[in-house]
Design a protein around this ligand. Structure first.
Ligand SMILES: Nc1ncnc2c1ncn2[C@@H]1O[C@H](COP(=O)(O)OP(=O)(O)OP(=O)(O)O)[C@@H](O)[C@H]1O
Ligand SMILES: [Mg+2]
Length: 313
């Protein structure tokens, strides 16, 4: 007979920056800022504890995004346990364009998969639910693939819709890449930012955007000199500028100084792609952000090349 494990599992998932300028809904970069979830099966009820980001909020447990994702993974792997308890330690700012919803969904899916795998005595959790199925479930909950792809697999990811569902290509970005994230004081919900987009764009903009996306992949995988033109977007940022003027102003100021910068995800954070040992480093980003009219928290990060993973408890 199979039984649920008494031991908890721990999952770590990275923040992610999506779009990177022109790679709208396709490109994602995993960052060295993490959410950690410790999850265990209990005899009844659902208990959620949160420390760090979001720690002051109250949740209806079944509405909590980590729990919702766990429910989806349990449903796909043979059924729900009697009770659940999770403890979340969050570093990823929520509602700032740094993929907090993707990190919550991915930690939930991987935690539930690991608990179900222990119940089944599966040697590898992927035997029970392969990575492609985790990606599909994550996209269903998140509604778009770019953040969840980078969060799950790490590094630089290109997500695309294939006939059988969402798929990804994974690339290893430049070794010296230092993504610098600038976070403002007030969040903007992704849904609000998405509403600002038009249903149609001029063909000339679509053409220009294709060229810049191709250029960006070349830049991120070996041609840092192309990062500035490679991060120029024609599809979304200008339409969202009115909803986040301080973000648009900081992107413009950084780019004017020659620093490749773009809106991170749906904003309002800004992502600057700096390179170790090159001009326009993290210190320069911090100086430009400090001179802006509004205040910014500047975080020099690294690329998380591993993606979401189980950790020892
Ligand atoms: N760690 C978490 N635990 C539970 N719920 C979370 C967590 N992180 C995010 N959420 C939920 O997701 C919402 C934020 O999602 P949203 O997609 O708007 O922003 P984001 O994911 O931080 O940024 P973006 O999608 O633009 O990169 C939060 O308001 C909260 O409801
Ligand atoms: Mg999100």
């Amino acid at each position: 007979m199979t039984s649920w494990p008494g031991q908890p599992v721990t999952v770590i998932a990275p923040a992610t920056s999506a779009n990177l300028g022109p790679g709208f809904d396709a490109l994602g970069l995993a960052l060295s800022l993490h959410d950690t979830v410790l999850a265990r099966v209990t005899e009844s009820g659902v208990e959620v504890q949160v420390t760090g980001v979001g720690g002051g909020q109250t949740w209806r447990p079944e509405q909590h995004l980590v729990i919702r994702a766990m429910r989806a993974a349990f449903a796909a792997t043979g059924g729900q346990p009697a009770g659940l308890a999770i403890s979340c330690r969050n570093e990823v700012p929520q509602g700032f364009g740094l993929g907090s919803s993707a990190a919550a969904i991915v930690t939930g899916l991987l935690a539930a998969r690991a608990l179900a795998a222990a119940r089944e005595s599966a040697a590898d959790p992927a035997d029970l639910l392969p990575a492609a199925d985790v990606l599909r479930l994550a996209c269903e909950i998140e509604g778009h693939p770019d953040n969840v792809a980078a969060c799950l697999f790490g590094g630089l990811t290109i997500a695309f819709g294939a006939e059988a569902g969402p798929e990804i290509a994974q690339l290893v970005p430049l070794a010296g890449l230092v993504p610098v994230v600038c976070v403002p004081a007030v969040p903007v919900a992704t849904k609000t930012a998405r509403k600002a987009l038009p249903a149609r764009v001029p063909h000339a903009d679509a053409t220009a955007n294709s060229a810049r996306t191709a250029l960006l992949i070349a830049a991120l995988t070996g041609r840092p000199d192309l990062l500035l033109p490679g991060t120029e977007d024609f599809l979304h940022q200008r339409y969202r500028a009115a909803a986040m003027p301080a973000t648009a102003a900081l992107v413009a100021a950084l780019r004017k100084a020659g620093i490749p910068a773009a809106v991170s995800g749906a904003g309002p954070s800004v992502l600057a792609l700096t390179v170790d040992g090159e001009a326009g480093d993290a210190g320069e980003v911090a100086r430009i952000a400090a001179a802006a009219a509004s205040s910014w928290r500047v975080l020099p990060l690294r690329v998380d090349v591993e993606g979401a993973r189980l950790a020892s408890n």
